[in-house]
Design a protein around this ligand. Structure first.
Ligand SMILES: Cc1cc2nc3c(=O)[nH]c(=O)nc-3n(C[C@H](O)[C@H](O)[C@H](O)COP(=O)(O)OP(=O)(O)OC[C@H]3O[C@@H](n4cnc5c(N)ncnc54)[C@H](O)[C@@H]3O)c2cc1C
Length: 411
């Protein structure tokens, strides 16, 4: 999958509105919330002994060659607005991509607030779509979904970045920047972002769902996906920093940015879901669809993630496998570390191209990762990947000389 290789052409601040499909979005443009801090960072490492490691979680990102599908199609007399294939950037795009598809719906002749409409899928994309519809005043919104737990949406690390947008997808870039502005507004307790939750007066209650964190990586290339935010002056370009891990003595020179947007995805999902469960405008139907023909409304939003392959007959959709290890019994940190190895380093160490390691401050802490392209339902996740991720993390945070008791058992 090709990534944007956009040129960062400098800091462009100043705009106060973004526009998607003719809509004026009144999210005040966020300003960098954190000034750049010193070149040496003294950080607490996560606890990585066996009893601090929780679950081994295999998971699938809903990818699509050619990028996210965000368009309108007539299928058997119904109008379907597709919104799927967000790969590893679904949370980063859902606020903006839902705005885009809802605006397509609103441009249909005759649509009014009582027009019945169905959202298929209750992942982050489906929930944001339903929330947008409710916020726009639609009173007959149905959510049809197979599951609302243990989804790709719950597995996400929670970094807001646009890593999976293919060249030339301008509407997606706009959706992505609008999403960042949305989360940023929410973090700062701004009413315009809180309105989506129907919580105007209690906006502070949702602002804790997002926070600014530092993000460290081995090479500046790891920050691809932030170009749009950097170009707008919302995040500064990466700078070299030295990380010093307290008592462990591990020391690394990496690249870092401050003010990266981090979302507590699980809590966010629960909040959005609770709001929609109590909305008088929304009905929920737990069902598995084989075809859009059985959906009772004429207008349908298709937010089915990797399953759009069958439902929309889209062979471009494919799973991108990942391995996660949850941490337990510790306080999460305020930073993300991403260790991607260069091609040469991988060759030297005998690593395959899909292997890397990250630490996220999600829950009590999270280690990942892999990105295995073309995963299907019968894919067998290699359990040795979990050991490899843990070893890489231990080496990084504690140095290669430290001896550890034993490996985890993920079989
Ligand atoms: C390890 C990992 C790390 C990630 N990290 C990040 C990150 O840091 N930042 C980020 O932005 N994104 C990240 N992502 C990506 C993000 O999680 C996904 O892009 C996003 O969750 C996709 O949401 P979705 O709503 O499209 O799909 P899903 O969450 O998969 O939801 C699909 C919904 O459709 C329903 N459905 C499917 N088929 C049918 C059917 N036939 N009938 C009825 N209902 C159906 C399902 O039941 C479900 O409710 C990560 C993903 C993974 C796996």
């Amino acid at each position: 999958m090709s990534r944007i290789n956009a040129v960062i052409f400098g800091i462009v601040g100043g705009a106060t509105l973004s526009t998607i499909a003719g809509w004026k979005i009144h999210y005040p443009v966020p300003v960098p919330p954190i000034e750049y801090s010193p070149d040496v960072r003294y950080l607490d490492p996560p606890q990585l002994s066996d009893d601090h490691v929780g679950q081994c979680i295999p998971c699938v990102r809903p990818g699509r060659s050619g990028g996210v599908r965000m368009d309108r199609e007539e299928v058997g007399g119904k109008v379907v607005y597709h919104n799927y294939g967000h790969a590893g950037s679904g949370w980063s795009m859902a606020p903006g991509s839902s705005l885009h598809t809802v605006s397509l719906f609103e441009s249909e002749p005759g649509v009014c607030s009582s027009t019945p409409v169905t959202v298929v899928g209750a992942g982050v994309v489906g929930l944001f779509t339903a929330a947008r519809l409710v916020a726009r005043g639609y009173r007959d919104v149905r959510i049809m979904y197979e599951s609302d737990h243990d989804l790709a949406s719950h597995k996400a690390g929670g970094l807001i970045s646009l890593q999976y947008i293919t060249e030339g997808q301008q509407d997606l870039r706009e959706a992505g920047t609008s999403s960042f502005a949305f989360f940023s507004g929410l973090r700062r307790g701004e009413v315009s972002a809180g309105q989506l939750f129907g919580l105007d007066s209690r906006c502070g209650a949702v602002s804790s769902l997002c926070k600014a964190v530092s993000f460290f990586a081995m090479t500046p290339q790891a920050f691809e996906g932030f170009e749009e935010y950097m170009a707008k002056g919302w995040i500064r370009p990466p700078q070299k920093v030295t990380l010093q891990f307290g008592a462990t003595g591990a020391r690394h020179i990496l690249y870092g940015i401050d003010g990266a947007m981090f979302v507590h995805v699980y809590e966010f999902y629960e909040r959005l879901s609770a709001m929609l469960r109590t909305s008088p405008s929304v009905t929920w139907e737990n069902t598995t669809l084989d075809t859009f023909a059985t959906v009772p409304t004429c207008y349908i939003f298709n937010c089915t993630g990797v399953r759009a392959r069958e439902l929309a007959g889209d062979a471009a959709v494919s799973g991108m496998g990942g391995h996660l290890l949850t941490l337990q019994d510790q306080t999460p940190k305020d930073y993300i570390v991403y260790l991607g190895l260069t091609k040469e380093e991988k060759k030297m160490l005998g690593r395959s191209p899909h292997q890397f390691m990250y630490y996220f401050p999600k829950g009590e802490g999270l280690l990942g990762g892999t990105l295995v392209d073309g995963v299907t339902e019968d894919y067998v996740f290699e359990s040795t990947e979990f050991d490899r991720i843990l070893k890489d993390a231990r080496d990084f945070f504690y140095g290669k000389d430290k001896k550890w008791e034993k490996k985890i058992n993920c079989d």
